[in-house]
Design a protein around this ligand. Structure first.
Ligand code: SF4
Length: 334
């Protein structure tokens, strides 16, 4: 790879959970060793559907950065920055908005699905900002010259939209922007405690990386199990049990096989099975909780990481902006 820059990030709308961990964070911790990595805390994007709740976004910027540091995103390898502190992203968004039609944005399958899910917020007519967030994402990606974007399948249309904008820009103004490629991650989506395909804050079915031991135990105790099991001797079906599903993530292979076998043979009680799982999850998350506590107790260190990361990101974005303005004949007095 000639250009080895990747951009990842999260919208700061809540603490990160084990779905984020297995779905993307674990991958980012590996990628930071191989690529020049930018990690964006996308507060501006979070406001597109939380514009009426800025406190929530502000508060969660801190939570997300603590989650990043706790899982091992290393600020000496990855540049962690706050989106709203890079005004070049907003500027690029304005320039790119000429290169995409409303109809094309409305056809974007990812945006279409999200708009349908946000009927309560938007009513019959979506905001210009939300409809246009893929344009802002194209600005995020190109500002740092990112060539690889780790995404799940559901986000592929956003990368395609960005690629179209880049091609159009380069066609009209000259070869300035790097066309990114999606980097499909092999990581899996983790189901919620209630069996829902998605784990999420709004669904109330998540285990957060920062949950206390008591919270984890309480949540695991409420997880959906095989409803047909009445007594410990009833033969169970672990295929329909979320406890078995999580054992697969947090329990060693041999132990996991034992869980399945004992459940099927009616040799395992659900309460004991849940207790075993919660203790495995607690142990798995312990190093993350400890690291998080270290940074929680040193807020000035977290500030320094964010300030330095944002300064570094801004330098890169300014370089891109100079090239963009030159190509667009907007380089007055520069
Ligand atoms: Fe689920 Fe364990 Fe109960 Fe089987 S024994 S139904 S795997 S909780």
């Amino acid at each position: 790879m000639e250009n080895k820059v990747i951009l990842t990030g999260d919208r700061p709308t809540g603490r990160l959970h084990i779905g984020h961990y297995f779905g993307s964070l674990i991958n980012r911790v590996k990628l930071q060793n191989e690529y020049e990595t930018y990690v964006e805390i996308a507060d501006v994007q979070a406001l597109t559907d939380n514009f009426n709740n800025p406190e929530k976004v502000r508060k969660n910027v801190r939570q997300v950065v603590l989650d990043y540091l706790s899982v091992g995103i290393d600020p000496s390898k990855a540049t962690i920055f706050i989106q709203s502190l890079i005004p070049e992203i907003a500027e690029l968004t304005v320039f790119y908005s000429n290169l995409v039609t409303i109809a094309r944005l409305e056809r974007n399958p990812t945006v279409k699905t999200e708009i349908a899910q946000k009927k309560e917020l938007f009513g019959e007519s979506v905001t210009y900002g939300f409809l246009g967030y893929p344009v802002s994402q194209a600005a995020d990606i190109t500002a740092f010259g990112a060539s690889l974007i780790p995404v799940g399948e559901d986000q592929l249309p956003l990368i395609e939209q960005c690629r179209e904008i880049v091609r159009k820009f380069n066609n009209i103004y000259g070869d300035v922007l790097i066309e990114p490629e999606a980097f499909l991650s092999s990581s899996k989506r983790v189901k919620g405690l209630d069996g829902n395909d998605k784990m999420g804050k709004s669904l109330g079915n998540a285990i957060y990386l920062s949950d206390s031991e008591e919270e984890i135990t309480k949540k695991v105790m409420s997880a959906v199990t095989d409803p047909n099991r009445i007594t410990k001797d009833t033969k169970g079906n672990p295929e329909v049990c979320m406890v078995a599903y999580y054992h697969n993530l947090f329990t060693g292979k041999d132990e996991y096989e034992k869980v399945l076998e004992e459940c099927r043979n009616g040799e395992r009680g659900c309460v004991a099975c849940k207790k075993e799982l919660s203790s495995n999850i607690i142990e798995f998350l312990r190093p993350m909780r400890e690291k998080r506590r270290y940074y929680e107790e040193r807020p000035e260190e977290v500030d320094r990481i964010l300030i330095e990361g944002t300064e570094k990101a801004r330098i890169k974005a300014k370089e891109t902006m100079q090239k963009v303005k030159k190509a667009m004949k907007l380089d007055y007095y520069l």
